[in-house]
Write a protein that binds this ligand. Structure first.
Ligand code: GLY
Ligand code: MN
Ligand code: MN
Length: 432
């Protein structure tokens, strides 16, 4: 759990990055319409949440830095009986002032007036340059001429690259729920079922464990559907003898998990499936072993490409010299994506991969990333031995970089052929 003092510490760190004599603005997420008058569940903007822990709509954070002091001002929706009757309780100004360690709280409707006052005599303005809808530009334009106008987002994203102990704990909790979901789906009877039935099993486990939402729409892709990387249709029948690629992770207390397992419909891998699975798994294990501070993500990417390409040559999926094949990008047809990404409040945490000098950011203690090699062989690919056609496999775990190595935060989720087959045939009850 992140305490109020934790959010305040983050704001204090942000203040250190702001130039003297500046104001900075951050807006809450907007409610989003699903269709006509129905709405998606509201979810706070990740950067706003990161700096405030405040979950309501129509809120604004104003940071004021003068030569002598720093002030944080939170704007929240006023309490309004009728609207609250329909849409739920609001905290309101008074309660927000009690709960949050900010210097002042005002009603959002008073924003313009308060902002104009604080913005006077300030030289620099930070705001979300790329946020279009909110009329920020109008506010900013009507305020006054600032000497500089800068994007606040990169400053926050850089902070989000390093996870605190409390954040790591929240990620562990999120992964623990996702682990239950993957084990549930491995062990359920699949005969006669459809992909969406497995999606329902996953979401059942998420919700039963108080993870209200998935961190992204689950991918439940049977057979050749796994070769569509972002397959979220989840509408096809499960076919005996095929594999199912399941990429699913919950969001719990605003922290994501992102796990992929590839499992057999009938509980047993065929020999051909085992060959491809073993290649992906051994690649993944080897890449995870390489993770430690000062390693480049691009090095992990290149190593995964080399291992997978060599393995594909051994299996007869590709033919030729490994180096040449990589140079000509021949492997990309079967492994077209990255080795992994930052993960945190967002599943693809938008922390930077390069620094301001365009140098690659090296792995450091406290970073969390996914490692997710895969191989995708289309059912109609005549260049590949027939036995491998239609196989799509990805294996994905969530890794914490530690002082001298790394910790696989999702190590407990069954992954070896033996473990997966055991759970699938109800022979292993201990892994839950
Ligand atoms: N679930 C999305 C990804 O693996 O990046
Ligand atoms: Mn991922
Ligand atoms: Mn994933």
């Amino acid at each position: 759990m992140i305490l109020e003092s934790g959010y305040k510490k983050r704001r204090d760190r942000l203040f250190k990055k702001l130039a003297k004599s500046s104001v900075a603005l951050l807006f809450s997420a907007e409610a989003s319409t699903r269709s006509h008058d129905t709405h998606h569940p509201y979810r706070q903007d990740s950067n706003f949440y990161y700096l405030s822990g405040f979950k309501e709509d129509n809120a604004i954070l104003l940071f004021v830095k003068s030569s002598t002091k720093c002030k944080t001002i939170l704007f929240v929706q006023k309490k309004e009986k009728t609207l609250e009757l329909w849409n739920g309780k609001r905290l309101g100004v008074k309660e927000a002032k009690k709960l949050f360690l900010v210097d002042e709280v005002f009603a959002s409707k008073d924003f313009k007036k308060v902002f104009d006052e604080y913005a006077q005599k300030k030289k620099n303005l930070y705001f979300e340059l790329n946020r279009k809808k909110l009329g920020i530009k109008k506010i900013v334009k009507s305020a006054k001429d600032f000497k500089t106008k800068q994007d606040i987002i990169p400053l926050i994203q850089k902070m989000r690259l390093y996870k605190s102990a409390a954040e790591i704990e929240l990620i562990r909790e999120s992964i623990a729920i996702t682990a239950k979901a993957h084990h549930r789906v491995m062990s359920v009877e699949k005969t006669g079922k459809y992909e969406y039935h497995l999606q329902a099993e996953i979401e059942h486990e998420f919700k039963m464990n108080a993870a209200y939402s998935d961190a992204y729409t689950s991918i439940v892709a049977c057979g050749n559907n796994a070769n569509t990387l972002h397959y979220i249709e989840n509408s096809k029948p499960l076919i005996d003898g095929e594999l199912i690629l399941i990429d699913a992770g919950c969001e719990h207390n605003y922290y994501a998990s992102d796990i992929t397992r590839t499992i057999p419909v009938n509980g047993r891998f065929s020999d051909a499936q085992k060959e491809v699975y073993t290649l992906v798994l051994e690649t993944q294990l080897q890449i995870i072993r390489m993770i430690k501070p000062f390693v480049k993500r691009s090095h992990l990417q290149e190593s995964a490409e080399r291992l997978l390409t060599k393995g594909m040559v051994d299996l007869g999926i590709l033919s030729g010299d490994v180096k040449e094949l990589i140079k000509k990008k021949k492997h990309k047809k079967y492994y077209p994506h990255g080795i992994g990404h930052w993960m945190g409040i967002d599943v693809h945490d938008p922390a930077p991969y390069r620094d301001t000098k365009n140098q690659e950011i090296l792995l450091q203690k406290g970073m969390v990333l996914t490692i997710e090699p895969g191989l995708y062989i289309d059912a109609n690919d005549k260049n590949v031995p027939e036995k491998y056609r239609g196989i799509g496999i990805r294996i994905e775990d969530n890794i914490l970089v530690t002082k001298d190595g790394c910790e696989n935060l999702s190590y407990a989720i069954a992954k070896s052929i033996k473990e997966v087959e055991a759970i699938s045939s109800h022979r292993c009850s201990s892994i839950q």
